[in-house]
Design a binder for this molecule. Structure first.
Ligand code: PMP
Length: 365
């Protein structure tokens, strides 16, 4: 193969990227895949048909660049988010990109960067520090309690003392599953001197109100990031979005690539949004399954971290990686998220969860 004889060491790569690992959830062909927090239910046939029709129509205009501002999609997202959160949001409050990862990257491109700091309460979503590294934003890890809950008073002190330009709180938190109540988010927003990004990728699975309720109180500080990848069963469509003051959206326009959201993505996402009610029905089924899995795992003697999301962190394992491999050998792909003694399982269909629970009975801890 051409070029196979050279490696990273032969390239003029940035020094600060040398020795780092890319994001790498294994994509393995295993009967039961419960490792990337996807919705296990494929989109219903009516949605698939609508997406196909919308994409076919959009394809007739592919000689032109897409709507750079994705105005109609953002208006649809504003309607959806207003309906699920009860907060009246307009098109100017919404911004969209290829997955919320791109939204988060744009936030750090605009508000982070060299000489600036982003802070997160770990363990949390592994991409936050990776995106910080990619944008040359210094990463400041801050602790959670031993039981993975957030000590809000301490977190507020840390925010005030460290003064990060951007702080991330993930609610529900990945990989631990707990949500942060609105009153606590208010305390954090009040304490944060810079931007506070509430990552609500799993928001639809939680009973806690969305941080969008606080946008009117903290318009110059608060950003709420969401995605269609999880509850919305649209991970392959790549559509993430945020809600914030219009000025935040203006700031992101300074760093976004022109035409970043393809005509096909915009058309497909709009079609999928028209089926929101149907899609979100699976959320209730998944939440009920999550509660069943948590209870069954406890019944088997596992330590289970309470989750409001579509995944559960559980343990304790003497060697989590060895146990991860045992699950794999049993045909069940779970996630070793690097939290010592623990593994994370995504909630699947009842049959997939049964297969996971059956394997759990045999796993060596
Ligand atoms: N935030 C959190 C907390 C996540 O877990 C994920 C996906 N694993 C994302 C953001 C990004 O998802 P996407 O880019 O698919 O929207």
């Amino acid at each position: 193969m051409i070029g196979a004889d050279i490696g990273l060491a032969d390239l003029p790569l940035r020094d600060d990227l040398r020795g780092r690992s890319p994001y790498g959830a294994p994509q393995l062909d295993v009967p039961v895949r419960l490792n990337t927090n996807e919705n296990p239910y494929p989109p219903p046939p009516a949605l698939v048909a609508d997406v196909a029709e919308a994409v076919a129509e959009a394809a007739a205009g592919l000689h032109r660049y897409p709507d750079r501002d994705a105005t109609e999609l953002r208006a649809d997202l504003a309607r959806y988010l207003s309906a699920v959160t009860g907060v009246q949001l307009g098109v100017e409050n919404l911004w969209a990109a290829n997955g919320s990862n791109e939204v988060l990257q744009q936030i750090l491109q605009a508000f982070g960067g060299p000489g600036r700091t982003a802070l997160g309460f770990e363990p949390s979503y592994s991409m936050h520090p990776i995106i910080a590294a990619g944008t040359r934003t210094e990463w400041a890890p801050a602790p959670r309690r031993d039981d993975f809950t957030l000590d809000t008073a301490r977190a507020a002190e840390i925010l005030a003392a460290r003064g990060p330009d951007v702080a991330f709180v993930t609610s529900p938190n990945n990989p631990t599953g707990g949500s942060i109540p609105l009153a606590d988010l208010r305390e954090l927003a009040a304490a944060a001197p810079g931007l506070l990004v509430v990552d609500e990728a799993y928001g639809e699975f939680s009973d806690q109100p969305s941080a969008t309720r606080l946008l009117a109180e903290f318009p110059a500080k608060l950003v709420v990031s969401r995605t269609m990848s999880k509850a919305f069963a649209f991970a392959g469509g790549r559509l993430g979005y945020l809600a914030a003051a219009p000025a935040v959206v203006d700031a992101l326009q300074l760093v976004r690539l022109p035409y970043h959201l393809s005509t096909l993505t915009q058309a497909a996402a709009r079609a999928a949004l028209r089926h929101a009610d149907d899609t979100l029905r699976s959320v209730h089924a998944l939440s009920a399954e999550r509660d069943r899995v948590m209870e069954s795992l406890r019944g088997l003697g596992f330590h289970v971290v309470h989750s409001d999301a579509n995944f559960v962190l559980f343990g304790r394992f003497t060697d989590a990686h060895a146990s991860w491999k045992s699950y794999l050998d049993a045909g069940v792909l779970v996630r070793d998220v690097g939290v010592p003694g623990h593994l994370r399982v995504t909630i699947g269909t009842p049959a997939e969860n049964d297969a996971f629970l059956a394997a759990s009975k045999e796993i060596v801890r």
